[in-house]
Design a protein around this ligand. Structure first.
Ligand SMILES: *[C@@H]1O[C@H](CO)[C@@H](O)[C@H](O)[C@H]1NC(C)=O
Ligand SMILES: *[C@@H]1O[C@H](CO)[C@@H](O)[C@H](O)[C@H]1NC(C)=O
Ligand SMILES: *[C@@H]1O[C@H](CO)[C@@H](O)[C@H](O)[C@H]1NC(C)=O
Ligand SMILES: *[C@@H]1O[C@H](CO)[C@@H](O)[C@H](O)[C@H]1NC(C)=O
Ligand SMILES: *[C@@H]1O[C@H](CO)[C@@H](O)[C@H](O)[C@H]1NC(C)=O
Ligand SMILES: *[C@@H]1O[C@H](CO)[C@@H](O)[C@H](O)[C@H]1NC(C)=O
Ligand SMILES: *[C@@H]1O[C@H](CO)[C@@H](O)[C@H](O)[C@H]1NC(C)=O
Ligand SMILES: *[C@@H]1O[C@H](CO)[C@@H](O)[C@H](O)[C@H]1NC(C)=O
Ligand SMILES: *[C@@H]1O[C@H](CO)[C@@H](O)[C@H](O)[C@H]1NC(C)=O
Ligand SMILES: *[C@@H]1O[C@H](CO)[C@@H](O)[C@H](O)[C@H]1NC(C)=O
Ligand SMILES: *[C@@H]1O[C@H](CO)[C@@H](O)[C@H](O)[C@H]1NC(C)=O
Ligand SMILES: *[C@@H]1O[C@H](CO)[C@@H](O)[C@H](O)[C@H]1NC(C)=O
Length: 365
């Protein structure tokens, strides 16, 4: 089944053709009406979204009071889901309008792709509305819409990106479940669990589309709210286009993985982060690189051969990537530059507590 789906996909993509002109790069809902009134659908439009999503918003009562830490989790979920909604809206428009890099000339495949993506977008819209309605019911600040940018210009790159940000979500929601349990707001845990499975179904399809096996790993890579919020802000939010500081989470400075198309082997990788205050020196003695993959103890490596680049105002360094067949298997690995003692770090949350630059996102091909 996998092989036949994959070969259909490859056949379709090999007939990509150039037909229509580009649409603006920075996405806002104001400039891209979806026809169902999102992000402010009325009751009738909500029914249309639910029909596209093949299902409904939960119709039980919203929690009437939660801890502030839980408000932060709901705000992050809504912030992420509204981004995903924007992404799939743009992707659907690009395929529909035969934008360069997105035209699918096989009509069977074109129809099937659009049918799946319209359902996924509507499902993400309902995820957003659920989190946002909960925030409103709690009297907390609801989600703010931003302008978004998507650093891709072809359908295969867009699907690879969707797989990457879905991997991030799949690690973040379990971290949120733990925080909900610790805050005694456990009533929200099953609903979050239902979304984890839903996003996993999506990612299986994105992986098949890329000719990968559908399930990446036995235990998916753990994340944290801080990694997710930083990755969203660093990669997808047009700076200054919306308030983000109402969400009580840090945005780390970026860490770029310079090495491209990372193969599944033991190797040295190159990374880059912004220079601090124009300083061309960096005292690395208290810094390390931490890798987070699967549910394993973080792997710590020293920063080696640090060099300054005055033109790009960045510091570049190398670090070992001790792939051994199972430690860094398929799927997502986070890379984080941390400052402080790394003895006794056992979890992604421990790493987040001392992260300065990150997350660098590594996906083994
Ligand atoms: C979030 O809720 C607020 C307050 O009800 C509303 O104004 C806003 O449109 C909602 N946004 C989304 C994306 O649901
Ligand atoms: C929770 O957040 C509200 C609104 O920001 C604030 O007034 C309140 O002091 C916070 N409560 C705690 C326990 O921090
Ligand atoms: C849609 O196409 C535009 C123009 O090429 C591109 O900037 C944007 O990133 C694309 N959107 C997605 C989600 O791939
Ligand atoms: C896009 O191309 C398909 C054929 O692949 C065609 O049926 C459709 O009308 C085109 N749409 C636009 C908006 O050009
Ligand atoms: C179009 O895709 C379908 C399956 O989705 C496949 O059966 C068919 O052979 C493809 N057509 C062409 C011309 O490649
Ligand atoms: C959660 O409940 C337990 C047991 O009642 C209590 O000890 C703990 O302080 C509560 N935690 C919070 C964050 O309220
Ligand atoms: C999109 O936003 C980026 C970041 O603010 C900006 O540099 C760029 O000029 C914007 N592009 C358009 C077309 O407005
Ligand atoms: C960079 O400059 C800011 C403001 O002058 C200062 O607070 C910060 O400590 C400096 N950072 C480093 C690493 O020197
Ligand atoms: C660091 O630089 C030295 C000298 O150029 C080189 O021999 C060594 O392989 C480099 N090590 C790493 C990990 O990049
Ligand atoms: C320094 O950065 C500039 C701009 O990004 C780049 O063109 C150049 O190749 C870099 N130099 C080195 C030695 O990496
Ligand atoms: C990776 O290769 C380096 C250099 O050859 C070696 O020192 C290291 O033990 C290897 N690591 C693993 C996990 O195989
Ligand atoms: C791979 O490395 C990890 C972490 O260092 C270790 O726990 C594991 O046993 C290694 N696996 C193999 C097959 O060497």
């Amino acid at each position: 089944m996998h092989l036949s789906f994959a070969s259909v996909t490859l056949t379709g993509l090999s007939c990509l053709s150039v037909l229509a002109s580009a649409i603006p790069t920075n996405f806002s809902f104001a400039n891209n009406p979806t026809g169902e009134g999102f992000p402010k659908p009325n009751a009738q439009q909500l029914v249309a979204i639910e029909a596209q999503a093949h299902g409904s918003l939960p119709n039980g009562p919203s929690p009437s009071s939660v801890k502030n830490n839980t408000v932060t989790s709901l705000q992050l979920i809504a912030f992420n889901e509204i981004f995903e909604t924007a992404f799939f809206t743009s992707l659907i428009q690009n395929i529909t309008n035969n934008v360069t890099g997105y035209a699918v000339s096989n009509s069977t495949l074109r129809y099937a792709s659009l049918e799946a993506l319209v359902a996924i977008r509507a499902q993400e819209e309902l995820h957003t509305l659920f989190a946002n309605n909960s925030l409103t019911a709690l009297g907390a600040k609801p989600v703010q819409t931003c302008e978004f940018m998507f650093p891709v210009a072809t359908l295969p790159d867009a699907i690879a990106l969707a797989s990457k940000f879905t991997d991030i979500v799949l690690g973040t929601l379990p971290a949120i479940q733990l925080l909900l349990a610790m805050s005694n707001d456990s009533a929200l845990i099953p609903g979050i669990g239902s979304v984890i499975g839903q996003e996993g179904e999506q990612n299986g399809a994105y992986r098949l589309f890329q000719n990968k096996i559908p399930s990446a790993l036995p235990f998916l890579t753990a994340g944290t709210r801080e990694f997710a919020f930083s990755a969203l802000n660093q990669n997808f939010i047009v700076p200054g286009s919306c308030a983000v500081d109402y969400i009580d989470l840090p945005v780390f400075k970026p860490l770029t993985v310079v090495t491209n198309a990372i193969a599944a082997r033991n190797q040295t990788l190159s990374f880059e982060f912004p220079m601090s205050n124009g300083s061309t020196t960096f005292n690395a003695s208290s810094y390390s690189l931490a890798y987070v993959n699967q549910q394993n103890i973080p792997v710590i490596e020293p920063l080696q051969n640090i060099t300054a680049n005055q033109t790009s105002k960045t510091m570049k360094f190398n670090a070992a990537f001790p792939y051994n067949g199972t430690t860094f298997g398929n799927g997502l690995t986070y890379a984080l530059v941390v400052n402080g003692s790394t003895t006794g770090l056992t979890s992604a949350a421990d790493v987040a507590a001392i992260t300065v630059y990150g997350p660098g996102l590594i996906e083994i091909n």
